[in-house]
Design a protein around this ligand. Sequence first.
Ligand SMILES: [Zn+2]
Length: 185
Amino acid sequence: MAKTRKLGNKVSRLTTQQIREKAQLFRIKLSEFGICENFQYIDIAKVIDTLNTMDIISMEIVEDSKLSKEYAVTAPDQNKILIRESVYNNACNGVPRDRFTIAHEIGHLLLHRGIIQIFACSEFISNHSYEEDAEWQADMFASELLIDCNQLDNIKTVKDIADKFVVSLECAGYAYKKLTREKFL
Ligand SMILES: [Zn+2]
């Protein structure tokens, strides 16, 4: 039985492999739309800007003081993402943590449509498994979207991952362990 720990909303189970496939399909769509041709580096601010301009999603940039508890909030049923102004600006400037936040929210939109009204990315005590956890799934999607497991040539260290894909060392560290376990590295 799963241990009791802090988790987010419980949703239908998705494995790493299933999430990886969804991230790769999304990347292919981005390339078809002409948003991202360079799979090594996903310009996530450009991705969300373009999806918003094309009316595929609705994005709202909110003053930091009006979104004080969260970095961003997603309402999958409304296809809507609210993002703190500072998070959006940082993502435009390539700050790894904020890039990850936006990729995480896109994960909620793609994975959790029609399941739950609003994801404020909150945590509470539960004992469901991590594969049934909305926050774990969105984090895994963000990692798979930003770090393409088919683009790992010349990657030897955690820092190589962080530098190549513009993610934090923490995110790169998790990915390094996962990709080594799965023999991608
Ligand atoms: Zn979340």
